[in-house]
Write a protein that binds this ligand. Structure first.
Ligand code: GDP
Length: 444
C-alpha cells in the first residue's frame, strides 16, 4: 500500500502522545524529531519538511493545545490539519467553461501514465458528471500513442479525434476544437506529446498548443513512484506552462509518499486526481483531508461509503437482509455478496480505509489473498443448485467432484462449507438477539 512506511511511523509517534494528560515543550520537541525523520524517510522535500515542522511545533506549544483537557489529542489534530494543508487543504474542483467546450490539456513525460489518464478522466467526466468528452490524439511522436488512445476510445465507446502523425499538434488541436463544437462535445481532452526528458522543443510545442487552444485546465500527469523527480518535473512544467493541476499516478504501488506531500508546497499547484491502477475506472478525485486521515490511521470512511454506494445494489442489500432474517441465505447469496465487495476494489485497499485497521494485530500482516477468494468463487460455482441451497447434502463423493471441477482440493471445499456453516450460525444468533431486543422495547 502507498505511504505504508510513513503511516506506520507517524502512527507509532502519535500513539505515544495520544493519551497524555499533560504535554510539555520537550514532549513536542521529541515528537517533532520523529515526525521529521518519518517525513524525510518518505522522501518529502527537505524544505517542505522544515516548514511543516515549524508550523506544527508553533501551534502545538500554543496555549490552546497545552491548556486543553486532552493535549495529546489536540497535538494530533494539529498534525492532521497541517498535513491536510500540505496536500492542498480543500479538494479542488475541475473547471467548467461557460463557453463550452471546456478544454483540458494533458501534459507529462513519457511513461507517467498520461495517455491512460486521459482515457480515465474522460470516463470519469462521463460517468460522474454526465459529460460528453472528445479525446484528441496530439502525441504524434511516440509511435504507439495515437493507437493507444484510439484503443482506449474504443473500450470506452468514446470518439477519438486524430489526424495521424504527419500533421502538427497545433493543427490537430485547432481542427479538434472545431469538430468538438460542431458535434456538441462539452469537454475536449488533448493528449499532448511526452518525451523522456523536458526539452525546449517539447515546451515550445506545448506552449503553441496552449496558445491556440486556450485551455481551461492544464493537467500534468506524474508518476508518484518517482518521488522527488516528480516534484522537479512538476516545478519545471509549471514554470513554463502554468499548470492548473497535477494528476498523481501509480498510487496503488508502494510509493513512499514524497511526491504527494511535496508537490503542492513546491509548485503551488493542487493535486486534483490520483491514479490507483491500470484500469479505466482507477482514477479518483484527490481529497487532502481524507488522505491525511488515512496516513494517520484514522481511516477514510467517507471514501468507503462512496464506493459502497456506487457499487452495491441497494435492492440486493434489502433482499439479503430479508434472507438473513428468515435464515434462507444460501451459498449463491454468499457468492453474490463476495462479487459486490470485490467490485469496490482490491480488499487490501478497502481494509486500509477502516480506522485503525492497520493497528489490529494480524490484520496488518495479513496479505489479502485475492487468489484464495477466487478459489472460493470457483468452488461455489462448481456446485449444483441443490448443493448451494442445502450444503448439508454434500458428501465425500460430491466434495471430490466439486474440488475437481473448481481446480481446488477437498480440504478447501471442507473449509468453505465449515465457514459457511459458522456464518449461518452467527446470523441466527444475531437475528435472535435483535428479536429479543425488539420484544424488550415493546414491553416498555
Ligand atoms: P504515457 O507515456 O505517459 O502516455 O503513459 P501510458 O499512459 O502509456 O502509461 C504507462 C504505463 O503506466 C502503462 O502500462 C499504464 O497502464 C500504467 N499506468 C498508468 N496509470 C497507472 C496507475 O495509476 N497505476 C498503475 N499501476 N499503472 C498505471
Amino acid at each position: 500500500m502507498a505511504f505504508e512506511g510513513l503511516a506506520d511511523r507517524l502512527q507509532n509517534t502519535m500513539a505515544k502522545i495520544r493519551g497524555k494528560g499533560k504535554v510539555n515543550e520537550a514532549d513536542v520537541k521529541e515528537m517533532m524529531r520523529e515526525v521529521r525523520l518519518a517525513l524525510l524517510e518518505a522522501d518529502v522535500n527537505f524544505k517542505v519538511v522544515k516548514d511543516f515542522i515549524k508550523r506544527v511545533s508553533e501551534r502545538a506549544v500554543g496555549q490552546e493545545v497545552m491548556k486543553s483537557l486532552t493535549p495529546g489529542q489536540q497535538v494530533i489534530k494539529v498534525v492532521k490539519e497541517e498535513l491536510t494543508e500540505l496536500m492542498g487543504g480543500e479538494q479542488s474542483q475541475i473547471a467548467v467553461s461557460n463557453r463550452p467546450p471546456t478544454v483540458i490539456m494533458m501534459v507529462g513525460l513519457q511513461g507517467a501514465g498520461k495517455t491512460t489518464t486521459t482515457g480515465k478522466l474522460a470516463n470519469l467526466l462521463r460517468k460522474k458528471h454526465n459529460r460528453s468528452p472528445l479525446l484528441v490524439a496530439a502525441d504524434i511522436y511516440r509511435p504507439a500513442a495515437i493507437k493507444q488512445l484510439e484503443t482506449l476510445g474504443k473500450q470506452l465507446s468514446m470518439p477519438v479525434f486524430s489526424l495521424g502523425d504527419k500533421v502538427s499538434p497545433v493543427e490537430i488541436a485547432k481542427q479538434a476544437l472545431e469538430f468538438a463544437k460542431k458535434e456538441h462535445h462539452d469537454y475536449v481532452l488533448i493528449d499532448t506529446a511526452g518525451r523522456l526528458h523536458i526539452d525546449e522543443e517539447l515546451m515550445g510545442e506545448l506552449k503553441d498548443v496552449k496558445e491556440l487552444s486556450k485551455p481551461d485546465e492544464i493537467f500534468l500527469v506524474v508518476d508518484a513512484m518517482t518521488g522527488q523527480d516528480a516534484v522537479n518535473v512538476a516545478d519545471s512544467f509549471n514554470e513554463q506552462l502554468g499548470l492548473t493541476g497535477v494528476v498523481l499516478t501509480k498510487l496503488d504501488g508502494d510509493t513512499r509518499g514524497g511526491a504527494a506531500l511535496s508537490i503542492r508546497s513546491v509548485t503551488n499547484t493542487p493535486i486534483k486526481f490520483i491514479g490507483l491502477g491500470e484500469k479505466l475506472d482507477a482514477l479518483e478525485a484527490f481529497h487532502p483531508e481524507r488522505m491525511a486521515s488515512r496516513i494517520l490511521g484514522m481511516g477514510d470512511v467517507l471514501t468507503l461509503i462512496e464506493k459502497a454506494q456506487a457499487n452495491v445494489d441497494a435492492e440486493k442489500v434489502k433482499e439479503l437482509e430479508q434472507k438473513m432474517r428468515t435464515q434462507s441465505f444460501t451459498l449463491d447469496d454468499f457468492l453474490d455478496q463476495l462479487g459486490q465487495v470485490r467490485n469496490m476494489g482490491p480488499l487490501e485497499d478497502l481494509l486500509g480505509m477502516l480506522p485503525g485497521a492497520n493497528k489490529i494485530k494480524g490484520l496488518k500482516n495479513m496479505q489479502v489473498d485475492e487468489k484464495q477468494i477466487g478459489h472460493v468463487e470457483a468452488i461455489i460455482r462448481s456446485m449444483t443448485k441443490v448443493e448451494k441451497e442445502q450444503p448439508e447434502i454434500i458428501n465425500a463423493s460430491r466434495k471430490k467432484r466439486i474440488a475437481k471441477g473448481s481446480g481446488t482440493s477437498v480440504q478447501e471445499v471442507n473449509r468453505l462449507i465449515k465457514q459457511f456453516d459458522d456464518m449461518k450460525k452467527m446470523m441466527k444468533q444475531m437475528t435472535n438477539m435483535t428479536k429479543g431486543k425488539k420484544k424488550g422495547l415493546g414491553m416498555k
